[in-house]
Design a protein around this ligand. Structure first.
Ligand code: 3PG
Ligand code: MG
Length: 412
């Protein structure tokens, strides 16, 4: 059943507590280097304000491990949000406590307040499993959540990037707001639609492109997609684990020796389901892991001291060919060390091929993180169907995992 959204409820003169994922990248001077996650929360924020709600926003930023850390303050987010909304965003310098409660109570319809980083409190990230067997942890998590839950009449979750976590603000807070509306925002609605439809109802041919350093991160995704996709194109360092499992020399390349059996097993599963797994046919190798260093293209074994850095030119062509007639594309993970030119060529070639396939009518969904960054850097961000705001969350979704924090929210 579909989840109720903020459009299905009345927020007039209500205090609305909304969990966002404002975990945005910051530079050394705490300047926001991409405001994408803030911009993508705007439709829900504006809807609530226009509908006469008083809005209390909460988020985490980074991993401060329960300690106040000025470098991870949400103050720059409050400032950016004020600019984007064209109205003042009140910034509370904590997320719980008497002062926050008093300020929340005094909010009027159309007011917006952003709470300070939830993860300045250890209780936010206590895992529910740990809390189950430990009274002290349970109490700490519950007390923290109760303070947040007590601030509002309505709970809205629009933090897709954090949807795979059972953080207090994502799970315990809505659990404590029984009898009050608990709904999703428009960003989560859109993410569920794109990622959900893509996996459950894909137009064929369906091609998955998987990259990144580790096979271990992607085993669940491959297993879940193997009976749904027609082919999987594999790049990035995870390809070297497949090479080695196939008996090839990988030299000094990154390789997960503990996962060779998994690679063999995935190959067998793919064959059973008629899913074609394509590995790189050539590899750009270097002796050192640094930008612009001496490099060459090899087709067979990679010999020490060389290490794989990117897919080669023939693989770029092969992958582009295999994307040519695709009707559905899912892409997660770079093809090489894309932040270190010239080892960004493979990722760029794939980004271009995905954009072109989209232009020819394919639906393309890009998992967040590095592949999203590569597309945006190339100015191709609007040439694909959907770029997820979730890195880890979109992977978990593609693994077919259920998100407990969404399951507990109201159904239509
Ligand atoms: C992310 O960027 O992955 C989300 O904001 C979740 O953050 P986390 O991985 O630190 O829980
Ligand atoms: Mg993460």
């Amino acid at each position: 059943m579909a989840k109720k959204t903020v459009a299905d409820i009345d927020v007039r003169d209500k205090k609305v507590l909304m969990r966002c994922d404002f975990n945005v990248p910051l530079d050394e001077g705490s300047n926001i280097t991409s405001d994408d996650r803030i911009v993508k929360a705007l439709p829900t924020i504006k809807h609530i304000l226009d509908a006469g709600g008083a809005l209390i926003l909460m988020s985490h930023l980074g991993r401060p491990s329960g300690q106040r850390n000025d470098k991870l303050s949400l103050a720059p987010v409050a400032k950016r949000l004020s600019q984007l909304l064209g109205r003042q965003v009140i910034f509370a310098d904590d997320c719980i406590g008497d002062e926050v409660r008093a300020r929340a109570e005094s909010l009027n319809a159309g007011d917006v307040m952003l709470l300070e980083n939830l993860r300045f409190h250890k209780a936010e990230t206590i895992k529910d499993k740990a809390a189950k067997g430990d009274t002290q942890l349970r109490e700490a998590k519950d007390n923290f959540a109760a303070e947040l839950a007590g601030l509002a009449d309505v709970y809205v979750d629009d933090a897709f990037g954090t949807a795979h976590r059972d953080n207090a603000s994502m799970y315990t807070v809505p659990m404590m707001m029984q009898g009050k509306p608990k709904v999703i925002g428009f960003l989560i609605e859109k993410e569920l639609k794109f990622l959900g439809d893509t996996v459950t109802n894909p137009a064929k041919p369906f091609v998955a492109i998987l990259g990144g350093a580790k096979v271990s991160d992607k085993i669940g995704v491959i297993e879940n997609l193997i009976d749904k996709v027609d082919r999987i194109l594999i790049g990035g360092a995870m390809a070297y684990t497949f090479f080695k499992a196939d008996g090839r020399d990988v030299g000094n390349s990154l390789c997960e020796d503990g996962f060779l059996d998994n690679a063999v097993e995935l190959g067998k599963q793919a064959a059973d389901h008629g899913c074609e797994i394509l590995l790189p046919v050539d590899t750009v190798v270097a002796k050192e892991f640094k930008p612009g260093t001496e490099n060459k293209v090899v087709t067979g074994d990679i010999e020490s001291p060389w290490q794989g850095m990117d897919i080669g030119p023939e693989t770029c062509k092969l992958f582009a060919d295999k994307l040519e007639g695709a009707k559905t594309i899912v892409w997660n993970g770079p093809m090489g060390v894309f932040e270190m030119p010239p080892f960004d060529k493979g990722t760029k070639a794939v980004a271009q091929a995905v954009a072109e396939a989209t232009e020819r009518g394919a639906r393309s969904v890009i998992g967040g993180g590095d592949s999203a960054a590569a597309l945006k850097n190339m100015g191709l961000g609007d040439k694909v169907s959907h770029i997820s705001t979730g890195g880890g969350a979109s992977l978990k979704f593609l693994e077919g995992k259920k998100f407990v924090c969404l399951e507990i929210l109201d159904e239509k």
